[in-house]
Design a protein around this ligand. Structure first.
Ligand SMILES: Nc1ncnc2c1ncn2[C@@H]1O[C@H](COP(=O)(O)OP(=O)(O)O)[C@@H](O)[C@H]1O
Ligand SMILES: [Mg+2]
Length: 371
C-alpha cells in the first residue's frame, strides 16, 4: 500500500492512492485534533474519533493501526495516562503520535538534563540534586547567578534567577521541606496583567487570573508540590531573545522570541518575530541535528547563545501551540520555502509514511523510531 498526500495547504489535491488503514484520533476540540480530523475527512483517509479517557481505549483502537493524541502538560487527565496509553500501544506495534522517543521527556526538565548529557547535546550545564546536603554544599561553592527551574512548567512560569548563595539556600530548604507548587497564582496573575498591557489579552483574562488565586487549576493538584529535588542551570547572560525552532520530520520553522521587558525570560512573552530574517540559520541546522540524534519526529527546541557565542538547547517539547503565522519553512537542506502550512498536516504525513514503511515488504522499522 502506498500513500500520496498533499504537500502543503497551497497545493491541495485528493490523495491519489487507496488508503485503508484506520487512524484513531483522540476526541478533542483543542490542539492539533480538529485539523487532523478535518484533513482526514477532506482527503478520504479512514479515521475514527476515540475517547482516550475511557477505560476501554485499547478496545476502541483494536481495528486501528495508528493513534494520534495531542496530549497536554496542563490537562490533569493527560498527565496521568496519556504517555502510558500511547507507549503501551506503541509497545504492542501500533504507530502512535507522539511516540516514545519524541515524548518521554515532555515537560520533564530533569529527564532532559540527563538526555542532553547522555547524547552530548550542546547545552548549558545543569545541576540536579535529590539530596539536601550535596545541594547545599554545591550552593556554597558555585558561582552566581544561576537559573532555578522546576521539573514541570511552561511559558517561563517556573523559571527564576538566583543571584546569590542565600537565595539558592532558601530554595533548597523549601524544595526539601514543604516543596514548591508547580502553579503560582500570583505569577500567573502578573503574567495576565502583562499580557493585557501588551494588548495580547483582555480584562476578562485578568479577572480569570484573580479567580485563580482562590481556585488553582486541577493539573497543579495532580502534579502536587514539587519536593525532594532541585534543578539549577548556568545562566546564559545577554540573551535578549531565544530561538524556538520546531522540526517535524524533514521540515522546520522558527521564531525569535524577545524577552519580557526588564526580564531574562522569552518563553511566553508573546513578542515574536517569524521567518528567515529573524532566525539564525545555525540554530535551524542545530535543531535538525538534534531531532535526528534524539530520534524525535516532532521537536520544538528553545535555543540560547552561550557566553562563548555557541548555541545551547535549554528545552525541547513535542507539543506546542501552533498559530499558523509562519511565512514559510526550511527543508532539511536548509532551503527556505515561502508558503502557508499546517504542522498538523506534517504530523499526519509522518504517521502515514510510518504505516507505509511498515507495510513495505522487507522493510520493517519505523520512521518514528529513528536511531
Ligand atoms: N539558563 C538560562 N539562562 C538564560 N536564560 C534562560 C535560561 N534558561 C531559560 N532561559 C530563558 O527562560 C525561558 C524559559 O525557560 P525554559 O527552560 O524554556 O522553561 P519553560 O518550560 O517555562 O519554557 C527561555 O525561553 C529563555 O528565554
Ligand atoms: Mg521553554
Amino acid at each position: 500500500m502506498s500513500y500520496v498526500w498533499i504537500e502543503s495547504e497551497a497545493d491541495q489535491q485528493n490523495p491519489r492512492s487507496v488508503i485503508n488503514t484506520m487512524l484513531a484520533i483522540h476526541d478533542s476540540r483543542s490542539g492539533f485534533h480538529p485539523h487532523w480530523v478535518d484533513y482526514c475527512r477532506k482527503n478520504g483517509i479512514p479515521y475514527k474519533v476515540v475517547d482516550c479517557y475511557a477505560n476501554n481505549i485499547v478496545e476502541q483502537v483494536k481495528d486501528c493501526r495508528a493513534l494520534l493524541w495531542h496530549h497536554s502538560h496542563s490537562d490533569p487527565r493527560d498527565i496521568l495516562i496519556a504517555r502510558q496509553i500511547l507507549f503501551a500501544l506503541e509497545h504492542a506495534g501500533l504507530t502512535v503520535f507522539p511516540d516514545f522517543r519524541t515524548a518521554w521527556h515532555f515537560d520533564d526538565k530533569i529527564g532532559q538534563k540527563y538526555l542532553f548529557e547522555a547524547l552530548d547535546i550542546p547545552r548549558l550545564p545543569t545541576y540536579v540534586f535529590v539530596e539536601r546536603t550535596p545541594a547545599l554544599e554545591w550552593a556554597s561553592t558555585t558561582d552566581y547567578p544561576k537559573v532555578f527551574k522546576l521539573r514541570h512548567g511552561a511559558s517561563s512560569s517556573r523559571v527564576q534567577i538566583v543571584r546569590n548563595e542565600n537565595q539558592a539556600r532558601r530554595l533548597i530548604r523549601r524544595a526539601f521541606g514543604r516543596g514548591l507548587p508547580v502553579y503560582s497564582p500570583w505569577n500567573n496573575l502578573k503574567e495576565r496583567i502583562y499580557k493585557w498591557r501588551q494588548g495580547q489579552s483582555d480584562a476578562i483574562d485578568v479577572a480569570k487570573g484573580i479567580g485563580r488565586l482562590f481556585n488553582p487549576p486541577r493539573f497543579s493538584k495532580v502534579l502536587g508540590r514539587q519536593t525532594g529535588y532541585v534543578l539549577f542551570q548556568d545562566f546564559a547572560p545577554d540573551n535578549d531573545s531565544d530561538l524556538r525552532i520546531t522540526v517535524i520530520g524533514d521540515k522546520a520553522y522558527g521564531v525569535r522570541r524577545w524577552v519580557r521587558p526588564g526580564d531574562f525570560r522569552a518563553s511566553g512573552s508573546g513578542r515574536h518575530l517569524h521567518g528567515p530574517e529573524h532566525v539564525d540559520i545555525e540554530a535551524v541546522a542545530m535543531a535538525f541535528r538534534l531531532a535526528k540524534k534524539l530520534g524525535s519526529s516532532c521537536l520544538a527546541c528553545d535555543i540560547l547563545y552561550k557566553p562563548d557565542g555557541g548555541l545551547a538547547v535549554v528545552e525541547v517539547s513535542y507539543g506546542f501551540r501552533f498559530r499558523g503565522n509562519s511565512p514559510g519553512f526550511w527543508d532539511s537542506s536548509l532551503k527556505w520555502h515561502a508558503c502557508k502550512f499546517r504542522v498538523e498536516t506534517w504530523m499526519l504525513h509522518l504517521v502515514l509514511s510510518d504505516l507505509d514503511r511498515k507495510e513495505a515488504p522487507g522493510r520493517p522499522g519505523s520512521s518514528l523510531e529513528k536511531d
